[in-house]
Design a binder for this molecule. Structure first.
Ligand code: TRP
Ligand code: ZN
Length: 444
């Protein structure tokens, strides 16, 4: 058996280098020792994967940082670096179907990278006395070796070692806090046991206040607030249990066993739906629970995007359209303004025609507010008008249950629509997602 090289990308039309071919990752164990004041990271990444072809060579995505030891199944493996590609030649080819383990010892000062998708740098962000991660869509490779495409979801264990007194937080449950023998360092261990897309992996280090409580339906609530912002943030996020309740009744059970927010003391003007722990910057923290529709937006992403993940980035409306629609559900619940009137108001503001197609916006317009957030949300209301309330929410719950923990495409969603509605609604989606003219907000 000789095998061939795994592809250098996962085949995404927008990001040809993101992800890799030839294997499937099951689990990442990330052992990170971080000195927050110097932003120095020592990492041991242990990656459990399965070969999906006879593999003579394969890539991981890793940008910057120095790799000093790399082993495949315990044997040293030669590697080269080529931009964001870490190219690995195992001592012996890996047969299709074989489980294997890659361990990468690496170090350096992680830095964010620019992305074609949004005008900010993504990845590991150092902020003086700490750091956090904001990786959508292509920033994960700035801090760990990864198959960086949402199509390859995996579970994660984080062992985060920081100077004692500093807090380290990550996705999932905190399962251990272990002081070093001399007491100078503390290791925080987190387990994310649900499959997670790599851009949703979060590690935050710094001065944080962690507040836990019991939420509805057995969901644990854990908020990680930057200490200076904690008092105000408590008020800003006060209604999270009520939101969990509303969305569980609209969408089906919350998909994970823990939820909360991470509030960082930095102005990024971006919020991100990092799994089980949505990231909020300081801009929104004002000690006023009103206008918490963005809080609802990020929570809704835990269903739409995190539990059910994209198969390719061009389907980004599957994340942002639903999260925007969820804002209206929350506002209707709190302020009594109907979803229909909110959708109509937004429809009135949309341009009569859009060069950016919601179903294929292009990498430069991946997060276009009009085309990717607003128009697909209004489309969902047109769908609801077409099929009626009961069928509409049955569609959402069926889609979420069917693809929970997995990946979906626009066609997968349309498939569920047609099945539940018992009619062919392809025309509606074609008009709203793949043609320039703005359709009327009306039943089809
Ligand atoms: N998904 C985010 C949202 O809608 C937006 C976003 C895209 C983002 N890329 C990002 C946020 C990078 C922070 C960093 O809420
Ligand atoms: Zn969003």
């Amino acid at each position: 058996m000789s095998g061939t090289s795994g592809a250098r990308g996962a085949g995404d039309a927008y990001f040809p280098d993101l992800g890799n071919g030839g294997y499937d990752v099951a689990h990442y164990a990330l052992n990170l020792t971080v000195e927050p004041t110097s932003n120095h990271l020592e990492g041991v990444a242990t990656i459990s994967a399965t070969a999906t072809q006879d593999l003579s060579r394969f890539n991981l995505d890793l940008l910057g940082l120095e790799v000093y030891t790399l082993k495949v199944d315990g044997n040293d493996a030669p590697f080269t670096r080529d931009g964001s590609e870490l190219v690995i030649t195992p001592a012996k080819p890996l047969a299709k179907g074989k489980d294997f383990t890659v361990s990468v010892l690496y170090r350096g000062s992680p830095e964010p990278r620019s992305t074609k998708a949004i005008p900010i740098a993504v990845g590991w962000i150092a902020i003086g006395d700490g750091s956090f991660v904001l990786s959508e869509p292509d920033g994960a490779s700035t801090w760990f070796p990864v198959n960086d495409h949402p199509i390859d979801k995996a579970t994660y264990t984080f062992h985060l070692t920081v100077p004692s007194g500093v807090t380290a937080a990550a996705n999932g449950d905190l399962v251990a806090t272990t002081p070093s023998p001399d007491g100078a360092h503390t290791t925080f261990t987190y387990e994310e046991t649900a499959p997670m897309a790599s851009y949703l992996a979060e590690v935050a280090i710094g001065d944080y206040k962690v507040e836990t409580s019991q939420g509805p339906n057995g969901v644990k609530i854990r908020n990680v607030f930057s200490s200076p912002l904690a008092t105000q943030a408590e008020e800003d996020f006060r209604r999270t249990p009520e939101m969990l309740q509303l969305f569980a009744s609209d969408f089906g059970p919350y998909p994970f066993d823990i939820y909360g927010v991470l509030v960082v003391n930095e102005h990024t003007n971006f919020e991100l739906e990092t799994q089980t722990m949505s990231l909020f910057d300081s801009t929104l923290i004002d000690g006023n629970v009103k206008d918490d529709f963005i809080v609802a937006h990020e929570l809704a992403h835990q269903w739409f995007g995190d539990s059910v993940s994209l198969s390719s980035w061009k389907d980004i409306w599957l994340n942002e359209g639903f999260a925007t629609y969820a804002e209206w559900l929350w506002t209707e619940h709190t302020d009594g303004v109907s979803v229909q009137s909110q959708a109509q108001q937004l429809h009135d503001k949309l341009p009569p025609s859009s060069d950016v197609l919601p179903g294929d916006p292009g990498v430069d317009h991946l997060f276009d507010v009009g085309a990717v957030y607003a128009r697909p949300a209004v489309m969902l209301q047109a769908l609801r008008m077409s099929v009626g309330d009961d069928a509409f929410f049955t569609i959402l719950r069926t889609y979420l249950a069917k693809f929970a923990g997995k990946n979906a495409t626009t066609d997968d969603f349309i498939g569920v629509v047609n099945e539940v509605a018992k009619r062919d609604l392809h025309g509606l989606f074609d008009a709203w997602l793949y043609a320039a003219p703005l359709p009327a907000l009306a039943a089809s």
